[in-house]
Design a protein around this ligand. Structure first.
Ligand code: C5P
Length: 231
């Protein structure tokens, strides 16, 4: 009983905003460009942050609201909607965890009517334009506004060797300007939708951790590093 009472509440009173899932970019009213993110790691982060005492806001991209474990749930579909929901709430957060897989590109002009093969013939060219890098711009806004928000970014990379993953993670954390970066190797489609995960965690100075296990275990390893930086 004593153990249960001393459950780790190291995020008590902290406001944590988490993005999870994957954005979908519409082509026409029935089709979209998407990715294979299931949202499970982001939801595990939300539930564990809640358990550790945080006030949790979850922005879910194309995932359903978890049965428990969040204080506020905002459902979004596209990168643009995710950016709007995030920017609206940015100034009131102690931490931002960007677990969502945000589409790098969207269709330049969404068709208001269903594209038809009979009109298009044998080939269809879609023009894509880059979406804003929400993580990079959120980090920039935090700096510009003089906020102390701790920012955690993610990276999914296809690499053969773990050393390459770490190297890419260190490059990415510099480019994004965030405080922590969590990288996983998604070679062969592992990770997506799976119950288990293996990640490396880096900060601006280098590699600081590694975690393998259930997405709950990995979530707590990430939150351990976050909690240290929130004090
Ligand atoms: O550049 P890359 O897509 O690998 O970066 C992944 C990280 O950046 C994730 O934390 C993701 O949520 C975020 N991201 C973003 N906006 C984008 C693309 C990625 O915020 N347009």
């Amino acid at each position: 009983a004593a153990l249960a009472l001393t459950a780790n509440r190291d995020l008590l009173g902290k406001r944590v905003l988490i993005t999870a899932g994957g954005t979908l970019e519409p082509i026409d009213p029935v089709r979209f460009i998407g990715n294979r993110s299931s949202g499970k790691q982001g939801v595990a982060l939300a539930m564990q942050a809640k358990r550790r005492g945080a006030y949790v806001t979850l922005i879910g991209a194309n995932i359903s609201q978890p049965d428990q474990g969040v204080d506020e749930f905002i459902s979004v579909a596209t990168a643009s909607e995710l950016e709007g929901a995030l920017m609206e709430r940015l100034q009131t957060q102690d931490a931002l965890i960007m677990a969502a897989a945000v589409s790098d590109y969207r269709v330049a002009t969404e068709s208001t009517t269903k594209l038809k093969k009979i009109d298009l013939g044998h080939s269809l060219k879609l023009e894509l334009v880059a979406n804003p890098d929400i993580l990079a711009s959120a980090t920039q806004s935090i700096t510009d506004l003089g906020l102390k928000t701790v920012v955690v970014g993610f990276a999914a990379e296809t690499v053969e060797k773990q050393a390459d993953l770490i190297e890419l993670a260190l490059k990415k954390i510099k480019a994004k300007g965030c405080d922590l970066l969590v990288a996983n190797n998604v070679t062969g489609g592992a990770v997506f939708g799976a119950e288990k995960n293996t990640v490396v965690i880096v900060d601006q100075a280098g590699q600081i951790g590694e975690s393998t296990g259930s997405k709950t275990t990995v979530a707590n390893a990430i939150l351990d590093e976050l909690a240290i930086r929130l004090e």
